[in-house]
Design a protein around this ligand. Structure first.
Ligand SMILES: Cc1cc2nc3c(=O)[nH]c(=O)nc-3n(C[C@H](O)[C@H](O)[C@H](O)COP(=O)(O)OP(=O)(O)OC[C@H]3O[C@@H](n4cnc5c(N)ncnc54)[C@H](O)[C@@H]3O)c2cc1C
Length: 474
């Protein structure tokens, strides 16, 4: 083992890590980013990204109070207030700062969701197509800016343990691609490894007993290393039970043409989602991320189907980016269709009378009745459509996990918090490996992956600059 020292070490070369590294390099600090993958175009969620910078699916550059109200509505009051303030007050500034580093944004659509999209835009066809687009270009730009300022991006270096001097973090142990272990010391360490969605054991511990039956709608680079390293030195965790993801066609489990797009959320929130007993099991009106988590929570997450009629197929089915109608079919997906609900049930392998009873009960719920054995159905934010006359349709679905919304607890400066609530000196975390911003439990909501990683990567960098300046000036 050998050692050497820089001012700052960053674990992970995604948006959060490169934002933090660029920010400290901008102020003349020495910085090394350790990236586990040795590939030049190392895969991570920031490279796969659709590239829409938003908060709560709306414009992140709007008036901060309005942006915060959107976030609070989405997370139904469970977002950590300090993190919510930090995100919304620095959102516009982060976009400007990233632009100043050469990251290019365009308006990719008329709505707030697409107002700040990476150029060239990412979401343009089904399946995975990241090369030379959105996140790929952003990461290459940020790596170049970092290197131009003397920062190092060391690929093939996987961090696996934090080095502590008493209660202070003083570096990391990394394993190089050739198998050599290496102790690297620094005055500050930033964990930015992208979450734990790719680690079946952690997904089982926090989210579902059946991790093998979720669709990995991500680059599988987030293996929870940051969370485990932080937990080993006493860090508190927050909101680990929820993930950001989408309802996807079940065939996407084996056919890469069907993920990450088309996303079937609009169909799921327009119609009903039933389990193997043909029963509804969640409030579809609460949105696709909520429904996806509910599917993951089933005894068998590969047993759910969306049921709807023609009006829904031609209404919400055509809504959102690359919607089910027509992209599910053009990408090779399967729409189950029948003239009657009992024939539809037959094709799905469901009990016919159970499905008929569920649809009848659901239609009474939509009409405003309280019906025993039926989950409630919100009509906000997604309108409840009755399931009227045939032909009827269904799509067999699965839960696609994009990234885990919970993780290492931090304060608004990105400093990692100990279970005792004190700050763990020298240790920071940013991006998808952190928790608290999106809240937790049933009420948790999706804030936006890129805004979270960009804003908190930058803020962690700024906090480190301030901290090291303070130390230097005694
Ligand atoms: C298909 C898809 C579409 C998306 N679209 C959008 C969108 O349009 N808008 C939006 O806001 N969000 C979107 N997201 C989410 C968003 O892209 C991510 O939340 C964000 O990019 C995460 O950035 P990050 O830096 O935190 O993590 P990552 O980008 O995952 O980077 C983490 C890095 O850490 C490295 N690493 C992991 N462990 C170690 C270790 N032990 N040592 C060293 N390195 C390690 C990984 O290899 C990886 O390179 C999308 C995600 C996906 C998958």
């Amino acid at each position: 083992m050998s050692t050497n020292e820089t001012d700052v070490i960053v674990v992970g070369g995604g948006l959060a890590g490169l934002a933090a590294a660029n920010r400290v390099a901008q102020d003349g600090l020495t910085v090394r980013v350790f990236e586990q993958s040795a590939d030049e175009a190392y895969l991570c969620n920031s490279r796969y990204t659709g590239g829409l910078f938003h908060v709560a699916m709306d414009d992140m550059a709007g008036d901060p109070a309005w942006v915060k109200a959107n976030l609070e509505r989405t997370t139904r009051g469970t977002a950590d207030p300090a993190l919510a303030d930090a995100l919304t007050q620095n959102a516009r500034r982060t976009l400007r700062w990233l632009s100043s580093l050469g990251v290019r944004f365009i308006q990719a659509g008329p709505d707030g969701l697409r107002r700040n999209a990476l150029a060239p835009p990412g979401v343009r066809q089904t399946g995975l197509n990241w090369r030379g687009r959105a996140g790929d270009v952003m990461l290459r730009t940020l790596a170049q800016t970092l290197q131009a300022r003397g920062g190092q991006l060391q690929r093939g270096a996987a961090a696996r343990r934090l080095l502590m001097d008493g209660e202070r973090c003083v570096g990391v142990e990394v394993r190089m691609a050739d198998g050599q272990a290496y102790e690297a010391r620094a005055k500050a360490v930033v964990l930015a490894d992208g979450g734990f969605q790719g680690n079946a054991e952690l997904v089982r511990r926090f989210i579902t007993p059946r991790p093998d039956r979720l669709l990995q709608r991500n680059a599988q680079s987030g293996q929870g290393a940051g969370l485990l390293m932080a937990e080993a030195v006493g860090a508190r965790l927050a909101g680990t039970d929820r993930f950001y993801g989408h309802v996807q066609h079940r065939k996407a489990m084996s056919d890469p043409a069907l993920w990450p797009y088309p996303v079937l959320d609009s169909l799921a929130t327009g119609g009903i989602v039933v389990d193997a007993a043909a029963r509804r099991f969640c409030d579809e009106g609460l949105g696709g991320v909520y429904v996806t988590n509910a599917i993951a929570g089933l005894d068998d997450p590969l047993s759910a189907a969306i049921v709807f009629d023609d009006a829904i197929w031609n209404g919400p089915g055509k809504d959102w980016l690359l919607p089910a109608n027509p992209y599910l079919l053009s990408a090779g997906g399967h729409l189950v269709t029948a003239d009657s609900l009992s024939a539809l049930a037959g094709q799905l392998g469901l009990d016919a009378s159970a499905l008929e009873a569920t649809v009848a009960g659901y239609n009474r719920v939509v009409a405003g009745e309280a019906v025993a054995d039926q989950p409630r159905r919100s009509s906000q934010p997604y309108k409840a459509w009755p399931i009227g006359k045939g032909p009827f349709h269904a799509v067999e679905v699965c839960a696609g996990i994009t990234y885990t919304m919970g993780g290492i607890a931090t304060n608004a400066k990105g400093q990692v918090l100990h279970t005792s609530d004190r700050v763990i000196a020298g240790l920071y975390a940013a991006g998808a490996c952190t928790g608290g911003l999106e809240g937790g439990g049933e009420a948790a909501g999706y804030s936006g992956g890129l805004s979270k990683s960009g804003v908190f990567g930058m803020l962690a960098g700024e906090a480190i600059v301030a901290q090291l300046r303070e130390v230097a000036h005694g």
